[in-house]
Design a protein around this ligand. Structure first.
Ligand code: NAD
Length: 353
């Protein structure tokens, strides 16, 4: 394609952003004509699900509080039984990527409309992407059915996210923007969103860590995460996401932690091939060394700095390289054993860039 040519596919989500926006739930359900909603959450956030039920009033037909990270298919099957038994006509996913993943898995199989109330910065709510696990294998697919119809960002719901989890989740969001900037299907809108998303997150994160209940700082962080999520929804991710996906699935590594550790290394690895993306990232971060600045930010946030610290065995490096070589994917730097091995060895040991 000629330099400067692009395709931009907008995704059809309605977004309501602000403080106290949970109160918009009944009106949003009414807009979609929904009368029997199932509220989804993880076991840790059933209290939030109860609040959601109160806001919905007699439009709430039940709560399913067993959403689980990486969307295991057995859990989805259980939820689908309730969907059928209660004649559910839509779902409200309240929580992070785990609750949203369950709502998406139900929608994929039933085409029911979804309303999402995100409470982390993972960004799943803005994408038509679903990763599911069965027998410890994670598979990912895209479908318009997976894309949620309405996303209600309520800043107040993020105030309870613990500081370390907030930082980890924010790095997950940063990874979407970083890889969107050098994606083969990036475009001018994505570049603007990615740059502003990174700028907002890098500025807000230290403030959130100092004052986790400061609504202005939380609003900026959530705004940045939303922009990064929009980028994820419309572009093809590269080496960083593929590595995190492979490692997470194989060794059951925690999702956000894996992203946070790998991101500076993956970025440093690709940097020589993507000067325009690096210019934007450096401008957004306010440093002439974007990867180094992200590594330092992670350190300052108290994020674990080595894959070995979150349970990855050393022999996993060889397996991850084999996977990367046998399943080719879009990445600006060709996948070669030497440099990839160097990246993984350093990320495994937390050796620095
Ligand atoms: P999560 O949803 O599992 O949340 C982590 C924990 O924090 C859970 O126990 C949750 O209940 C709790 N929590 C969430 N928000 C809270 C809050 N505000 N206050 C207190 N506790 C809170 O984790 P996550 O990182 O948001 O999501 C990870 C999952 O999302 C993975 O399965 C990942 O694959 C998926 N994901 C999918 C996409 C996509 O586009 N398909 C994008 C990003 C992540």
């Amino acid at each position: 394609m000629m330099k400067g040519s692009f395709v931009y596919q907008m995704l059809p989500a309605r977004v309501v952003f602000g403080r106290g926006t949970i109160a918009a739930l009944p009106a949003e359900a009414e807009r979609l004509g929904l009368r029997r909603l199932l509220v989804l959450s993880t076991p840790e956030q059933v209290g939030l699900a109860e609040r959601v039920r109160k806001f919905l009033g007699d439009r709430a037909a039940g709560i399913f509080g067993l959403a689980t990270i990486h969307t295991p298919i057995e859990v989805t099957k259980q939820a689908l039984e309730l969907v059928a038994a209660e004649r559910i006509d839509g779902v409200v996913s309240a929580g992070g990527g785990s609750a949203t993943g369950l709502g998406k898995a139900i929608a994929l199989r039933t085409d029911l409309p979804q309303i999402v109330l995100p409470t982390t910065y993972a960004g799943s709510e803005m994408t038509p992407i679903l990763g599911e696990t069965q027998d410890r294998r994670k598979t990912t697919q895209r479908s318009p059915k997976i894309q949620p119809e309405v996303v209600i960002y309520d800043v107040d719901l993020t105030l309870t996210l613990a500081p370390l989890m907030s930082a980890l989740s924010a790095f997950n969001a940063l990874a979407h923007a970083v890889e969107a900037l050098y994606a083969p299907d990036s475009n001018p809108i994505v570049e603007m969103m990615a740059e502003d998303g990174v700028r907002a997150i890098v500025a807000a994160l230290p403030k959130v860590l100092k004052e986790p209940t400061n609504p202005e700082a939380r609003a900026s962080l959530l705004y940045g995460a939303w922009l990064c999520a929009c980028c994820l929804g419309v572009t093809t991710m590269g080496l960083h996401h593929k590595l995190c996906h492979t490692l997470g699935g194989l060794f059951d590594l925690p999702h956000a932690q894996t992203h946070a550790i790998v991101l500076p290394y993956a970025l440093a690895h690709n940097a020589p091939m993507v000067p325009e993306a690096m210019t934007r990232l450096c401008r957004a971060i306010g440093s002439d060394d974007a990867a180094g600045a992200l590594l330092r930010l992670g350190h300052d946030c108290g994020i674990p700095l080595a894959l070995r610290d979150i349970g990855m065995p050393h022999d996993g490096i060889a397996y991850a390289i084999e996977q990367a070589l046998t399943n080719p994917y879009a990445n600006p730097r060709p996948i070669e054993v030497g440099p990839l091995s160097n990246l993984l060895e350093r990320a495994w040991a937390g050796a620095g860039l």
